[in-house]
Design a protein around this ligand. Structure first.
Ligand SMILES: [Zn+2]
Length: 430
């Protein structure tokens, strides 16, 4: 019986020894060729000539970044294009660690009228990459009773890395009366769920409580202390004073909606336009201030004087959900553009969007471009022109610069490419 090899097209008589020797030889040739190709092209992707800003490494310079097998393997000058299978020319663009949005609501599901497993949350992948965001942190949309549903249905199925603060309310943001039920705010069950999911749950959250009883706050603190994680205070706690909230927070705990101006919470700016002294002291103590823009959480009348008087946000959490994304908030990148036009320097903005955010959730393995890190990368342009930026109160400032997300990598894979930086060029005849 004769045979024809489909790999080398040779033809033989077909004795068993001949077939065995032939396959061994062919396999060896393929191995040598593949190995040779990999040695010639050790990198899967090379980003050339970008302005690399990596706050964790204190780098802000024109450099190349090489990626292999989903990781950053080299950052330096003059890396040869011949060493990579694919090359992106990032001349004139910023190359930064993929951004971390520490305040989102992404426990999306089909339940009407609620955030937990409901239609008020949004799908992370639909919004993250186009804003340069590669990691989102869900702000307590789930509690210990429904976290597993969140993990199974959403977290494990998303390309975006999804981490979570666990709500002290057992049912998370399932609406009233469930989330008001103090008897279902169980510090031990919450801490146990956090400890059993250390790769995903990075903290505990308290918020959306209308009573004056401090039990929810104390239980959240207790769960955070047992599980050794930070606490996120999401306000909507109308009966607690701002001063008392800050006084009861530990260094490393996070207050979000930092610059809101609504009835339910005293604003950080007083009647004379000054940042309240106890607010500045809280930040000095180590309490972290997150923007938490959302639908109501960011007002220029608070954020601008706060920034000018030294109360800059530590992070740019967006409070992404169904109602904020089409309002003044839009995306975390839009918040970053607001700060660019308020007067924050670009490296300071990148720091808050990446390395600060990683540190605030105690994940120093994220938010940097260090060799060995996962290749989560945001490539940005800075557009020049005339732009309008809108806050939660419908107020506008005009600006001349705006960030645009050009290309996003998640674990080395291109997940967003606005203008085809990595695509093949075609000639179009007119
Ligand atoms: Zn929120």
């Amino acid at each position: 019986m004769g045979f024809k090899c489909h790999q080398c097209s040779s033809v033989g008589n077909g004795t068993s020894e001949e077939i065995t020797m032939h396959w061994l030889f062919t396999t060896l040739i393929i191995f040598v060729c593949t190995t040779g190709y990999s040695q010639l092209h050790p990198y899967d992707l090379l980003i050339k000539h970008g302005r690399v800003i990596d706050p964790a490494s204190k780098i802000d310079s024109i450099l190349d970044v090489a990626i292999a097998q989903g990781k950053i393997v080299k950052v330096g000058r003059g890396i040869a294009v011949t060493e990579s299978k694919k090359v992106i020319d990032a001349r004139g663009l910023i190359v930064a660690p993929g951004f971390i949005d520490i305040h989102t609501h992404v426990f999306v599901g089909a339940t009407p009228g609620v955030f937990a497993d409901g239609i008020y949350s949004v799908s992370a992948d639909d919004f993250s990459f186009k804003a340069g965001v590669t990691t989102v942190v869900d702000a307590g949309t789930s509690g210990w009773r429904n976290f597993q549903t969140f993990k199974t249905n959403v977290i494990d199925k998303s390309q975006t890395r999804i981490l979570a603060f666990l709500n002290i309310s057992g049912v998370g943001m399932s609406g009233d009366p469930g989330q008001q039920d103090v008897s279902d705010m169980n510090a031990r069950e919450t801490a146990l769920t956090i400890k059993n999911n250390p790769e995903v749950i990075i903290g505990v959250k308290v918020g959306h409580f209308e009573g004056s009883d401090w039990t929810p706050f104390k239980r959240a603190l207790e769960a955070g202390t047992i599980a050794k994680v930070p606490m996120l205070v999401e306000c909507h706690l109308p009966k607690y004073s701002l001063e008392d909230q800050l006084a009861n927070m530990r260094p490393g705990d996070i207050i979000t909606h930092a610059y809101e101006k609504i009835d339910e919470r005293m604003s950080v700016i007083d009647e004379r336009g000054q940042v309240r002294s106890y607010v500045l002291q809280a930040q000095k103590k180590g309490v972290l201030f997150d923007v938490g823009h959302g639908g109501y959480g960011f007002w220029f009348s608070e954020a601008i004087p706060a920034f000018q008087q030294g109360l800059a946000p530590n992070t740019f959490g967006s409070d992404l959900h169904r109602f904020s994304m089409n309002s003044g908030m839009k995306s975390m990148l839009n918040i970053m553009s607001k700060y660019l036009n308020i007067g924050m320097e670009i490296p300071e903005i990148i720091t808050r969007a990446s390395w600060n955010a990683a540190q605030s959730i105690k994940r120093p393995d994220l938010g940097s471009l260090r060799v060995g890190s996962v290749a989560d990368i945001a490539i940005l342009s800075v557009l020049q022109g005339k732009f309008g930026f809108v806050d939660a109160g419908g107020n506008k400032i005009e600006g001349t610069q705006k960030f645009e997300s050009e290309l996003t990598l998640r674990e080395g894979k291109i997940v967003w490419d606005l203008n085809g930086l990595a695509a093949m060029s075609l000639q179009v005849k007119h």
